[in-house]
Design a protein around this ligand. Structure first.
Ligand code: GLU
Length: 587
């Protein structure tokens, strides 16, 4: 969470470069923002509450600047708490991603020593601690000493007017360094950098980068120098832009046919390799958070149904309490769009220390999961900038479907299903169908509570549908297994309550239709999504019948429904839902 961007080089418009970088990274956090540039011997700073929008900057000319767009963990959303934070001399500015867990004790010591700490945020102690050590040692040593003292998972970026350098250090959240011509950039992810350069270095955990005319990397624990290995990014800047679409979420929904087709045509080798790893493991476990957790849960149903194979599944943040049964023969399959989700990354790193094999599924080349996996499948869905997952989710379930079919020795069948799913999604994205969805959204726009029912494969689809509605349209929605209806949720159904019924043409059909009848008997308004229309449905959105791949068009309909619901309910920016951020890098 939070977007970090820094610039050092020959150009003298650092503030503008940093501001543009922050605009590209704002999807990572957007409650407040700030920029600090070197101006003569002091830092000049501006900080604001709210989103960046079309902001411009009047900060003075400079070749050195850093900026941050925040997602608050400690301390309210105020100008004082926004980053960057300054030391007492106003020569050092620092910004941070993560949580300094021992900040209270560091603060007490610093205050005793006379430091003036003006904000409530954990971050501010970091810059004063560096200032304190800088009194008796050089700047790099001071930063190393301070960083070693922080508890928790953190990334910091510091600029110093005296030494004219940026220092970046991390042991958790991501940082990437871009190398241009006579200039360097540092950012939370590649989308901020790609406009300037494709040559990047992914800073590893426990590394510190000293960036001036040249780049020097140190190992934080030993203090020894490490040679940086640069990578070439495989995205184009244009891919990170909205183009003619009104919102990123819509653009990303529209990219799905292509993403699905790519997986159908080009992923047989990779998914067969993953199937082989699953086959020879003694226990394979999916891990994911949010939408990725629903993809993982869907994976367990797919493997059982298609390949008669049991796979375990856990939400990333819960795996810390479930990992006792891992052995060297276990296989962990973390799934994460960003590859940085801390609740997935942390258990993966721990498991690796115990010799567990890791096969990661992620969308981001060079991400922490990507780097820490023995085997990896890159989704190649292209950058996803809307906070809510769309194309990454359908890409994840496509890879899992193909892997399940590979494990069953029926790769070609899996590919055919995915190609049909891609075609069906293209049909959904045509004007006529889009209008149907828009009309349904108009009819349900005043609903305060929405319930989504599914069974079997459709249960995770119901969970994903409800999450899309919650995040995008800010309406309470709850997905649950149809069989659970009578164990509680039916108590909430009254006249006109909207119940969405995910009804594929599979073994769940009769039972889910019975559930639809049960809620209808209590006055519910029933929206059916699937290949077969039933008289229990008051509203209906049709998909093709493509066996397990029917889940894909069903999810796409849910995405579009949530998007249209958001618009009809007056949500201004469905790309940036309230209180959320794209890549969850703090616990
Ligand atoms: N803990 C810091 C804060 O609350 C950093 C949060 C972030 O990662 O954006 O400002």
């Amino acid at each position: 969470m939070c977007g970090i961007f820094g610039y050092i080089g020959k150009r003298q418009n650092a503030a503008k470069i940093v501001l543009e970088g922050l605009k590209l990274l704002e999807y990572r956090g957007y409650d407040s923002w700030g920029i600090a540039v070197k101006s003569g011997k002091r830092i000049k700073l501006e900080k604001h509450v709210g989103q960046i929008g079309d902001a411009t900057t009047d900060l003075p000319k400079s070749g050195l600047g850093i900026g941050h767009t925040r997602w608050a963990t400690h301390g309210g959303v105020t100008v004082e708490n926004a980053h960057p934070h300054l030391d007492c001399t106003r020569k050092i500015a620092l910004m941070h991603n993560g949580i300094i867990e021992n900040f209270e004790e560091i603060k007490t010591e610093l205050v005793k020593k006379g430091h003036k700490i003006i904000s409530d945020v954990d971050t501010e102690v970091a810059v004063h601690l560096i200032e304190e050590y800088y009194k008796t040692s050089d700047f790099v040593t001071a930063t190393l000493k301070a960083f070693r003292q922080f508890k928790g998972l953190n990334a910091i970026v510091v600029e110093n007017c005296d030494t004219n350098e940026i220092i970046a250090a991390k042991n958790g959240s991501p940082l990437i360094i871009g190398k241009g011509k006579n200039e360097y950039f540092v950012a939370s992810d590649a989308s901020g950098i790609i406009k300037h350069t494709k040559t990047v270095f992914f800073l590893e955990d426990d590394q510190l980068a000293v960036i001036s005319d040249e780049l020097k990397i140190l190992d934080i624990k030993s203090g020894k120098t490490v040679k940086p290995k640069f990578t070439k990014l495989n995205w184009e800047f244009e891919d990170t832009q909205k183009g003619n679409f009104k919102h990123y979420i819509l653009k990303e929904i529209f990219e799905q046919p292509h993403v699905l087709e790519n997986i159908a045509l080009n992923y047989s080798d990779q998914t067969e390799k993953l199937a082989w790893l699953i086959q020879r493991s003694y226990g394979a476990y999916f891990l994911g958070c949010g939408s990725a957790s629903y993809a993982a849960l869907l994976g367990t149903y797919l493997f059982s149904k298609v390949a008669n194979r049991h796979l375990n599944f856990s939400i990333g943040s819960e795996f810390n309490y479930l990992e006792g049964y891992l052995t060297e023969k276990s296989l962990l399959i973390p799934i994460s769009q960003s590859g940085e989700t801390i609740d997935v990354v942390e258990p993966v790193i721990k498991a690796r220390l115990r010799g567990v094999k890791v096969a990661a599924i992620t969308n981001v080349l060079g991400s922490t999961l990507y780097r820490n996996a023995d085997f990896k499948i890159l989704l190649n869905a292209g950058i996803e900038k809307a906070v809510v997952a769309t194309k990454s989710f359908t890409a994840m379930i496509s890879v899992l479907l193909l892997t399940a079919y590979a494990l069953a020795g029926r790769t070609n069948e899996g590919r055919e299903l995915l190609l049909k799913a891609s075609e069906n999604v293209s049909e959904i994205l045509r004007d006529g169908f889009l209008k149907q969805i828009k009309d349904v959204a108009g009819m349900i726009k005043d609903q305060e509570h929405i319930y989504v029912l599914g069974r079997g494969l459709s249960y995770p689809v119901a969970l994903e549908t409800s999450l899309k509605i919650k995040e995008t349209a800010c309406v309470h929605a709850e997905g649950f297994a149809g069989g659970e209806l009578k164990h509680g949720v039916i108590a909430l159904v009254e006249k006109s309550t909207l119940c969405i019924v995910i009804a594929p043409n599979d073994e769940t059909y009769n039972d889910i239709i019975s559930n639809a009848q049960e809620v209808k008997a209590r006055g519910a308004l029933v929206l059916g999504i699937g290949p077969r229309k039933d008289k229990a449905f008051d509203l209906y959105l049709k998909t093709r019948d493509i066996k397990e791949a029917t889940t894909i068009p069903q999810v796409v309909i849910a995405q579009l429904l949530a998007y249209n619901l958001a618009l009809t309910r007056g949500i201004k920016d469905p790309d940036k839902p309230r209180n959320l951020a794209k890549s969850v890098t703090v616990k």
